[in-house]
Design a protein around this ligand. Structure first.
Ligand code: SF4
Ligand code: SF4
Ligand code: SF4
Length: 650
């Protein structure tokens, strides 16, 4: 009996409007949360019973498909050895674009293989000239349920007569989307034209199975494979269920070549090591749907970055000594990937934990990070500025003691004075009784935590926590999103140090004051403005909580802006959870300055496209990077902090 191979074939064509129309017409009968829950169950079962499933799959392949050569590969080198044996002299191999195969590409090239890759570039029409209007963004508003209903299957089989002859010496290497341990059914979520020629014409078909792709049974494998496409939104067309797949399989519409040899390679390559680590285990839940890459700003703006979906490569680089491109450092920790991932995999946490490990081993941080780390140690700020000048901008006298502290932060103190000055001016105009920590305010440690320099971060965290907790204040206010997330979340989550007073962002303080009528705007501002959500005020809040339970500061800054007389507030297409990170965080601005500004430029363009005259945000570091973009690329739009625009009305 032949090994059953099913290709879930999205039938996306070239006609975008018809596709969108078709999406919108379909009735909705699926619940996204239920689908995610079922997918999580499948992945959990798969990872927790990995050894059992591997054994079951081996037994099934051995008993039912003895003609299949089953191979275990510890790593990529083992796969290459197999390919060398199969290819003999030719060293030519056709591949698909699965994650598992992609991670072999570099080695294959190094070993002199010629790679042939059929890829149906169906989305190029969706990604016109500007990276911003991606396929995924165009499909916003299209129900997930509609996408879910949209595969046709293309089964492969040896049943019936074998009419074609496999071309001698032709080898295809195909990463599978899922495989059933119960009966060995192989699923690909793939445009069938990417791989059908290879499957029907090659004399050697090598099916590459990442260990995490083995699932309990055919039904789970079908479900997982459909999710792979649906979360990447690649699927359009008719319905598909297990019965229809089984019916298709029994008909056996397509056939492998008559002399085709089939190999199944089970590749570990670090997967079992990941499973042993509680802090990284969830990475194995990944189904390779690519949604994360599609929404990762750095995947668009940093050419050498392969995106979050290649997590295994980076894990191996950090923990197994594999050579890499240092991609672990190319992530702003914005968590855009995370809110879109069907398994809510926390890539930002993993990037930070890998960085921490690299720093501990002396293999990191990158030199610019080390420079600002040293500066924090010596000067209590990352900008290589003298500590005693921290409050040089402050011209007013503030009380020594008060119930409320304004924690200013390094960027506002040393680089964006106007935000610090504006915050003080607003608080004073509201008659708030507040003070500052003065020389006792040290860098919050945010850039150190995100670049894995936790020893120095701990030192500053301990100091700030001690000073704040011993000051008797009841409220800590900051206008910096980075300080906010660090004081309110990271000290506790990362170092188990808790700031006793409540920590609020200025926007959160002002919003209720506005509602109570204490903050009033008497002047008008005839201007069109839009708002950029700093990731540390939005997606990053309480990262340890499940995504949907996190408190996010989305409405307060908007409410304040909208209350300004005559102002016209417009949203950019990507806002709140879908906001585009400015590109500066996570040490990216220090180490990859051009990438940071290029990423910010995308945001600036988006603001211009909604005809905003000013781009408002609520973080000095965002302001800085967005202003750098307007300066370097000569864009007329004004970039302001929320506090700065309010000050204009006082
Ligand atoms: S956290 Fe942001 S920058 Fe980092 S991988 Fe995810 S989307 Fe990309
Ligand atoms: S990390 Fe999540 S979004 Fe990214 S490929 Fe894996 S499952 Fe898909
Ligand atoms: S500066 Fe702002 S948008 Fe940029 S990474 Fe930091 S919080 Fe996110």
């Amino acid at each position: 009996m032949p090994i059953p191979i099913v290709i879930l074939n999205p039938t996306v064509g070239y006609k975008v409007p018809q596709i969108l129309y078709a999406f919108r017409q379909r009735p909705s009968e699926f619940n996204l949360e239920e689908i995610k829950a079922r997918l999580r169950d499948i992945r959990k079962y798969s990872i927790e019973r990995l050894d059992l499933l591997i054994q079951r799959l081996k037994d099934v392949l051995h008993e039912r498909y003895p003609e299949v050569e089953l191979i275990h590969a510890d790593d990529a080198k083992d796969v290459v050895k197999v390919l060398k044996r199969i290819c003999d002299q030719h060293k030519k191999v056709s591949i698909n674009k699965s994650n598992t195969v992609e991670q072999l590409r570099e080695l294959l090239i190094q070993e002199g293989f010629e790679i042939d890759e059929a890829y149906y570039r169906e989305f190029e029409g969706f990604i016109p000239t500007k990276g911003r209007r991606s396929y995924w963004q165009m499909l916003r508003g299209v129900t997930f349920e509609a996408k879910w209903r949209s595969f046709v299957s293309t089964p492969f089989s040896w049943d019936g007569e074998r009419s074609t002859e496999g071309k001698e010496g032709e080898v295809v290497l195909l990463g599978v989307s899922a495989i059933s341990a119960e009966d060995g059914t192989v699923f690909f979520t793939e445009h069938s034209r990417n791989i059908t020629r290879g499957l029907s014409e090659a004399s050697h078909v090598v099916l590459l199975v990442g260990l995490e792709k083995i699932v309990r049974n055919r039904e789970d494998a079908l479900f997982q494979a459909r999710c792979t496409g649906s979360f990447g939104f690649e699927a359009i067309s008719s319905e598909l269920n297990l019965q229809s797949v089984e019916q298709d399989l029994s008909i056996g519409r397509r056939r492998l070549g008559s002399n085709t040899r089939v190999y199944v390679i089970l590749i570990d390559d670090g997967r079992k090591a990941v499973r042993e680590r509680d802090d990284f285990k969830e990475l194995l839940y990944c189904i390779g749907c690519r949604t994360c890459n599609a929404v990762c700003p750095l995947s668009y703006t940093h050419e050498a970055y392969e995106g979050p979906r290649f997590w295994l490569k980076r894990f191996n680089e950090a923990f197994k000594g594999a050579r890499g491109l240092g991609e672990t450092w190319v992530c702003t920790t914005c968590r855009s990937c995370e809110v879109h991932c069907p398994l809510e995999i926390r890539h930002a946490n993993h990037a930070v934990n890998m960085r921490k490990h690299l720093v501990k081993e002396g293999r990191g941080p990158l030199p610019p990070h080390a420079r600002f780390g040293k500066s924090v140690k010596e000067n209590r700020n990352p900008y290589l500025e003298p500590h005693e000048k921290r409050f040089a901008w402050l011209k007013e006298r503030l009380p020594q003691r008060a119930k409320m502290i304004y924690f200013v932060g390094c960027t506002a103190c040393y680089r964006q004075h106007s935000i610090a000055e504006s915050t003080v001016k607003i608080f004073k105009s509201l008659g708030l009784n507040f003070s500052i920590l003065g020389q006792e305010e040290w860098c919050c440690g945010s850039p150190l935590i995100r670049t894995g320099q936790w020893d120095i971060a701990l030192e500053v965290a301990k100091h700030n926590v001690d000073v704040i907790n011993n000051s008797g204040v009841e409220l800590v206010i900051t206008s910096c999103a980075g300080c906010y997330i660090t004081l309110s979340r990271d000290y506790d989550e990362v170092f188990n140090l808790k700031i006793i007073p409540k920590v609020l962002h200025t926007a959160e303080l002002l919003h209720p004051l506005l509602e109570e009528g204490k903050l009033k705007f008497t002047k008008e501002l005839n201007m069109v403005v839009t708002y950029h959500d700093p990731c540390h005020l939005s997606r990053s809040r309480a990262a340890f909580l499940p995504e949907r339970e996190r408190p996010k500061v989305y409405e307060p800054p908007r409410a304040v802006l909208e209350a300004i007389p005559r102002i016209k507030f417009v949203e950019m297409p990507r806002n709140r959870d879908e906001g585009w990170c400015c590109g500066a965080g996570g040490g990216v601005k220090a180490a990859f300055a051009e990438t940071a500004v290029r990423t910010a430029l995308e945001r600036v363009k988006e603001a211009e496209e909604v005809k905003a005259q000013a781009l408002i945000t609520a973080c000095p570091f965002c302001v800085r990077n967005l202003q750098d973009a307007t300066r370097e690329y000569d864009r007329p739009i004004e970039v302001l902090d929320l506090t700065e625009i309010i000050t204009r009305l006082l």
